[in-house]
Each structure stands twice: as structure tokens, then as C-alpha cells.
Design a binder for this molecule. Structure first.
Ligand SMILES: Cc1cc2nc3c(=O)[nH]c(=O)nc-3n(C[C@H](O)[C@H](O)[C@H](O)COP(=O)(O)OP(=O)(O)OC[C@H]3O[C@@H](n4cnc5c(N)ncnc54)[C@H](O)[C@@H]3O)c2cc1C
Length: 381
């Protein structure tokens, strides 16, 4: 078992972290205050290959492995969780769904544009009355005269207000009866589509989150992703993609908390010494460091299993649970390390806390991931 990064992974890390430090970090707090989604920064990520990191080169992507993908997500989330969720918790997940379930025609049509940032995308699952109980949707798709006609509402959709391509999962009916779940590729310009940005957000304020509405949207039959028979598997893999990204993002936020806490502990003086000399401050920094490294290694293990196309759902549930727990604790402790300044707007710590507290619900609450671990352990299906 070799835990060292390859030369290519080190290069990817340096590139992503440098981009995040130079191009994302300087404006991250300002964008959060202004509730500004920085579309211009997303545009800068395309030429660096960051909008298609796992997409094969034949479709215009960078063709990287999942450990590189996790490293990139971590580096971007360290600067801005809003951008990490937008690009990797949403857009990249749609790319992954196309790679896994798409027809050749769908891959050719969408992936090159998505890697260039000319199509930006989102995943629309959740509904006003349906969250964890995914699949029990109220939205419907019905075949009518050779077209899918889609009706329904989806909520909390990351990129919902700015996407040009929406991957929406609905129930599918045939002759009035229920037939399963369908995942549909819907472009924003289709008649009957609209969106409404979420206005009350305490965290992820630089992330576009919206409700999206389908009112008699007609899409061609070839816009069904995969098959209805595989509807449940498609939903499962979609949630896997989102949760892998959240795990890596949480590692990034936790690392930002460690970096800020160490810097402050080495500068701030109390009782004639730097506060890093006090045991309780050291303990908080040690806890953050241990937790973050454990969550990172679990996330890399998932990445390795994904790259080798091995089953990973138990490891993912562990990584996702641990990473979100570690990130929340690290953000809380980092505020404590910074004393009264920790909760002020001049430092990014309160933003880390608000962002991570909001993000850990995406893809299912931590409770659900803990439940999944328990079910694996107990052999309950
Ligand atoms: C920042 C953010 C981004 C999001 N992005 C997207 C997106 O891009 N696309 C999208 O479709 N959705 C998105 N969501 C929605 C997200 O996936 C849901 O919030 C999540 O699935 C939980 O659903 P819910 O909020 O309706 O909670 P509910 O399902 O109502 O659950 C409420 C509570 O009950 C618990 N619970 C529910 N069922 C069980 C059970 N069987 N056993 C034990 N406990 C249970 C849950 O853990 C939770 O704590 C996002 C949410 C957030 C906060």
C-alpha cells in the first residue's frame, strides 16, 4: 500500500492550490458578503482543465483519476466552499453521470461544451416535500407523441439559477401508471422552465442555489439519461458523486481552519507568550489535524476505489460522515483559537463555519451517512 502522491498528482495539487490562493481566496469573503456568485472565476477554471478534471481527454477533459479530483476539490474548497460546491458538487457530478450512463451521442454532445464552461450544469433531485426519501417524487415525466413532458418543482438546487443544462430526476408514468424513475437532460431554454434563486441563505452565500420549475417542459426522447430500468441506480450514483465531492470539500475547509489557527497561534500573544504555547490551544490544533488527516485518507481511499471501479459505498459513507464532522468541529475550534476576532467579518472563520454548516446537508444529512455505515456493519440491506 503506497500512500504517496504520484508526480502528476503533486503537479495537479500545486496548480489547483495556486489558482485557489491567487484567484479565488482574495475575493471569497467579498463575494460572500455581497452574495455574488463569481461566474467570472468559473470561466477562468476552464482553460486550466478544472471544469472537466475527470472527463476523458477524448471529450475535452483532463482525464485525471479520482485522487487528483479529490485533491483539486480540497484545494478549491480551502479557498471557497461556494465555488467548490458549484463546480464539483454539481457541474462535475453531471459530467460523471454522463460518463457513466450517457449514450455516445450524449457524451459527444454535452461533455466538450461542459469542459469548456460553455454549458454549466446542475443536479435537480430534491423537492419541497421530498429530501432524504429520494425517489418518492411528486414531479412526473410522461411520454406524449414522442416527447417527454415534464412537470414538477425541485428545491435547493446548486447552480439552479445559472445552469444551462439541468439533470432532473422525476417519476415516470406510462399509460397513467408509475413505471420508475427517469433522469432527464433539460436545457434552460426549453419552454416551461423557470427558476427562482433562494434568498435566505446563512452559508454558501456566494453559491447560486435555486428552486427550478418544470411546467409542461417537452424534451426529446434521446434526452433520457440511461434507462428507466436503471433509474434507482442512476440516483444512487448521482448521490455518490455529490457526497464524494462534499467529503473532499469538507477536508478542504478543515485544512483552511488548521492553517489559519496555526498562523494565529504563532502570532497572538497572551501572558507574554504566543498562544500556541498553551496546552488547550495545542489540543484544538492537534484534534483538527488528526481528524482532517483521517478524513482525507478515507476520502482518498474512496477515490482509489472509484478509479479502480470497485464498490465504495461503505467507505464513502464513512468518509462523508467523518469529513463533515471534522470540518464543523475544526471551524468551531478555529473560531475559539481566534478569540473575539474569530467571529468577526474581517477573518474568514465565521464564513467557514456558516458554509460548512449549510453544505453538510447537501446529498443527505450526516445522520443518513452514519445510518449507512451502521447498515453496512450490521449487514442490513
Ligand atoms: C447547501 C445545500 C445544497 C443542496 N444542493 C442540492 C442540489 O444541488 N440538488 C438537489 O436536488 N438537492 C440539493 N440539496 C438538498 C439536499 O440534498 C437535502 O437537503 C437532503 O437530501 C436532505 O433532505 P431534507 O432537507 O428534505 O431533509 P429531510 O429528508 O426532511 O430530513 C430531515 C431530518 O430527518 C432525518 N431523516 C430523514 N429520514 C431519516 C431516516 N430514515 N432515518 C433517520 N433520520 C432520517 C435527516 O437526516 C434530517 O436530519 C441541497 C441542500 C443544501 C443544504
Amino acid at each position: 500500500m503506497d500512500f504517496s502522491l504520484t508526480e502528476e498528482q503533486v503537479m495537479v495539487r500545486n496548480m489547483a492550490w495556486q489558482f485557489a490562493t491567487n484567484s479565488i481566496e482574495p475575493t471569497a469573503t467579498g463575494d460572500d458578503n455581497a452574495e455574488h456568485f463569481p461566474q467570472e472565476i468559473i470561466g477562468e477554471m476552464a482553460p486550466l482543465g478544472l471544469l472537466g478534471s475527470i472527463v476523458p481527454q477524448e471529450y475535452g477533459g483532463s482525464g485525471l483519476d479520482y485522487i487528483s479530483h479529490a485533491i483539486i476539490i480540497e484545494g478549491i474548497a480551502r479557498a471557497s466552499l461556494s465555488i467548490a460546491l458549484s463546480v464539483f458538487g454539481s457541474h462535475s457530478v453531471v459530467e460523471e453521470m454522463l460518463m457513466t450512463w450517457g449514450s455516445d451521442q450524449q457524451k459527444q454532445r454535452y461533455l466538450p461544451l461542459m469542459c469548456k464552461g460553455e454549458l454549466f450544469s446542475c443536479c435537480a433531485l430534491n423537492e419541497p416535500g421530498v429530501g432524504t426519501d429520494v425517489g418518492n417524487f411528486g414531479s412526473w415525466a410522461e411520454l406524449s407523441q414522442g416527447w417527454w413532458v415534464i412537470n414538477g418543482e425541485k428545491v435547493f438546487v446548486v447552480n439552479g439559477g445559472v445552469s444551462t443544462l439541468i439533470l432532473a430526476v422525476t417519476k415516470v408514468s406510462k399509460n397513467g401508471g408509475e413505471r420508475g424513475l427517469g433522469a432527464f437532460l433539460i436545457t434552460r431554454d426549453v419552454a416551461g422552465f423557470s427558476s427562482q434563486d433562494t434568498v435566505t441563505k446563512n452559508g454558501l452565500r456566494a453559491c447560486n442555489i435555486a428552486n427550478v420549475y418544470f411546467r409542461g417542459c417537452r424534451v426529446p426522447q434521446e434526452n433520457l439519461l440511461g434507462s428507466i430500468e436503471n433509474g434507482n441506480k442512476i440516483v444512487e450514483s448521482l448521490l455518490h458523486g455529490i457526497n464524494f465531492s462534499i467529503a473532499a470539500s469538507c477536508v478542504g475547509v478543515a485544512q483552511a481552519c488548521i492553517d489559519a489557527s496555526i498562523k494565529y497561534a504563532e502570532e497572538r500573544q497572551a501572558f507574554g507568550r504566543t498562544i500556541g504555547k498553551f496546552d488547550m490551544i495545542q489540543e484544538m490544533i492537534a484534534d483538527m489535524t488528526i481528524g482532517t488527516e483521517a478524513a482525507r485518507l478515507l476520502t482518498y481511499q474512496v477515490a482509489d476505489l472509484k478509479t479502480r471501479k470497485q464498490p465504495f459505498s461503505k467507505q464513502l459513507a464513512m468518509a462523508r460522515y467523518l469529513a463533515s464532522d471534522v470540518a464543523i468541529r475544526a471551524a468551531t475550534d478555529a473560531i475559539l483559537v481566534h478569540g473575539a476576532y474569530g467571529f468577526g467579518k474581517d477573518l474568514p472563520l465565521e464564513r467557514y463555519f456558516r458554509d460548512v454548516a449549510e453544505a453538510i446537508e447537501d446529498g443527505g444529512s450526516p445522520l443518513i451517512h452514519k445510518l449507512t455505515v451502521a447498515r453496512h456493519a450490521l449487514g442490513i440491506s
